[in-house]
Design a protein around this ligand. Sequence first.
Ligand code: DAH
Length: 338
Amino acid sequence: MPDDIDELRTQIEAESIESAEEAEAFRIKYLGRNQGAIPDLFDQIGELPPEERPEFGKRLNALKEFAQERLDEAKARLEREEQSGGADVDLTLPGRRGFRGSTHPLTQTTEEILRILHGLGFSTYEGPEIETDWHNFSALNFPPDHPARDMQDTFFLQDEDDASADAPTVLRTHTSPGQIRIMEEQAPPIRVAVPGRVYRNEAISYKSFCLFHQVELLYVDEDVTMAQLKQVLYSIARALFGDDVTLRFRPSYFPFTEPSAEVDVWWADDESEDGGQWMEILGCGMVHPNVFDAVGVDTERYTGYAVGMGVERMAMLRHGIDDIRVFYENDVRFLDQF
Ligand code: DAH
């Protein structure tokens, strides 16, 4: 009979308990009051010679404890597994990182520009990306043979079934057709910002991409002057780049403005020989009378200014980015930084 204790222990050690049913079966088999193996042995103590009983009782008690511990452990483990959906969880592992999206840097810069403009009294207007030749070129005073209409720059669309004059035929090459659309819809005074995508059939490189973003400004009223234009551009540049920003106005040519200018911002760079460089950020000018004529605005009464700025250029300057293509690669390691 003392040998039975050793045998039982070996047997218990070999048991595996993998479910609630197996745990209950284990309990009945070894610990059950009614014919469980261990209680049975307790019942048989009286059959031993009296001097052997204390030692046997002690060993049997230890075996009972051992069986109870195995059962308790198994039950606790099963409960943990159930709560964690099956797997035994290692609570010491680091947690998984939750991904949070962020606003694209181009959207951030556009929104920042629009926020500044709203503060200056400009509302927002959005025109279509597929434009008519008339809105994109003719009404903006581009002569029929202007090089900008050339296949190199413009993505032309052809709709064989629609040969009407206002059929959509190009992907807009700039946001300036927004000027035409707003003046078709509204009489002056007009003070509007037109943000949006534009498309150009250019060779892709670190500085040009087949699509990019612009924000167009148009202000039309009585007695609008170039001095007001400069003032507004300084306000925008200070808000975007800081109070000590330096701007340079260069005379330029655009078909839809006269006079026209391009504006550069001084970009300080201690490493460079000259201490920095001029970076072009926008084109602007006074609205050409031919443009007003195209949309029926009275050129005797009204004048206006227009501005077109590149959002990518602004974002690259603000964030120190030197390759335009990163905006379009959707690399999370880049986007994550904004
Ligand atoms: N539309 C011109 C471009 O994409 C930029 C521009 C220049 C817009 C002068 C204007 C302007 O409104 O007055 O190159």
